[in-house]
Design a protein around this ligand. Structure first.
Ligand SMILES: C[S@@+](CC[C@H](N)C(=O)[O-])C[C@H]1O[C@@H](n2cnc3c(N)ncnc32)[C@H](O)[C@@H]1O
Length: 263
C-alpha cells in the first residue's frame, strides 16, 4: 500500500487504469455489448451491495450529478436510469470510452469529460451540481485535496458530496500490510492511500463538513474461485455467523463511505 505519493505522477495513474480499467473482467462476454455490461453490473452489486445503498440513485431524479472517476460507468448508468442529469469524468480515456459506449447501448443520456479531477473547476461551470460523487477514486490520485477543491467549486451550496475512500483501520489494510493481499485486482497500483476518520476530516477541512461516515465491505471470497466467477467464502468467513460478519464489516470494512455538505 502506498502512503507516499509525492513522486508518482498523474500519468502513472492514467497508464495504470488505461491498461486495465476497473472491473473490466467482471464479465467474459464481448466487451462493449449489452450482455457484457449487464454482467458487469450484476457482479459489481452482488459483491458490493453497499454501493446502491450509499449512492441512493433514486434520490437524484431531476438533479445534476457529477461523478469524478466514473470508470466503466456502472454507477453512472444507475444515476441516469433514475433520472439524474449525469456528467461523468475520468482520467482514463479507455475507461471513459467504455462508459460512453455503455450509455449508447442502453439509450441513456449523459455528458462525459476525459479530465483530471484535480483540475476540473475550469472545465465545468461553478456551483452547478447537486451531488458530486466519487467512489474509490480520490485515494488513487497524487493530489487528493485538489479533487476536493474542484468538488467544492462545482457543487451547489445546497448540494452534497458522497465519496468512498479506503479505510486505514480495515481487514484489507491488515492483509495488505501482512503480505496476503494487494489493493487492486491488478498489481502495481501506483497510489492507494488509506484514511482514518481524522484524516478524512483533514482532507475535507474548510471545504466540506462530514454529515455521515461509515465503514463497509470485507471481500470474503476465495480469489482463485472468484476469478473463475465462483463465489466461495474463505473458510473462516464461511464459519462466521452473518451478524458477526456484518459487525466486522462495520468496524473493519475497506470502504469508508463519507457523506458531506459544503461549508
Ligand atoms: C477503482 S476505479 C473506480 C471506478 C468507478 N468509480 C467504480 O467504482 O467502478 C478508479 C477510477 O478513478 C480514475 N481516476 C483516478 N484518478 C483520477 C483523477 N485524478 N481524475 C479522474 N479520474 C481519476 C481511474 O482512471 C479509474 O477509472
Amino acid at each position: 500500500m502506498t502512503d507516499e505519493n509525492a513522486s508518482t505522477t498523474i500519468d502513472d495513474v492514467l497508464s495504470y487504469w488505461d491498461r486495465r480499467p476497473c472491473n473490466i473482467r467482471h464479465s467474459t462476454r464481448e466487451v462493449g455489448t449489452r450482455e457484457y455490461f449487464d454482467e458487469v453490473e450484476a457482479r459489481k452489486y452482488f459483491v458490493e451491495p453497499h454501493i446502491p445503498e450509499f449512492a441512493e440513485f433514486g434520490r437524484w431524479r431531476d438533479k445534476s450529478v457529477l461523478e469524478i472517476g466514473c470508470g466503466l460507468g456502472t454507477d453512472a448508468v444507475n444515476f441516469a436510469r433514475a433520472g439524474a442529469r449525469y456528467t461523468g469524468v475520468d482520467l482514463s480515456p479507455v475507461s471513459l470510452g467504455l462508459a460512453r459506449t455503455r450509455f449508447g447501448v442502453y439509450g441513456l443520456t449523459g455528458e462525459f469529460l476525459c479530465s483530471n479531477g484535480e483540475e476540473l473547476s475550469q472545465a465545468l461551470p461553478p456551483a452547478s451540481f447537486d451531488l458530486v460523487y466519487s467512489f474509490g477514486v480520490i485515494h488513487h490520485t497524487p493530489r487528493p485535496r485538489e479533487v476536493i477543491e474542484s468538488a467544492r467549486r462545482l457543487v451547489r451550496s445546497t448540494g452534497e458530496l458522497r465519496i468512498m475512500l479506503y479505510a486505514r483501520h480495515s481487514w484489507k489494510a491488515i492483509m495488505i500490510e501482512e503480505g496476503f493481499d494487494q489493493p487492486e485486482a491488478q498489481s502495481g497500483c501506483p497510489i492507494a492511500l488509506t484514511y482514518t476518520a481524522e484524516t478524512v476530516r483533514e482532507l475535507l477541512d474548510g471545504a466540506f463538513e462530514v454529515v455521515d461516515m461509515r465503514q463497509a465491505h470485507i471481500f470474503p471470497y476465495v480469489i482463485e474461485k472468484y476469478v473463475n466467477y465462483e463465489y466461495e467464502p474463505q473458510p473462516w468467513f464461511k464459519a462466521m455467523p452473518s451478524d458477526l460478519f456484518d459487525a466486522l464489516q462495520r468496524r473493519l470494512g475497506w470502504h469508508l463511505l463519507v457523506t458531506a455538505r459544503p461549508v
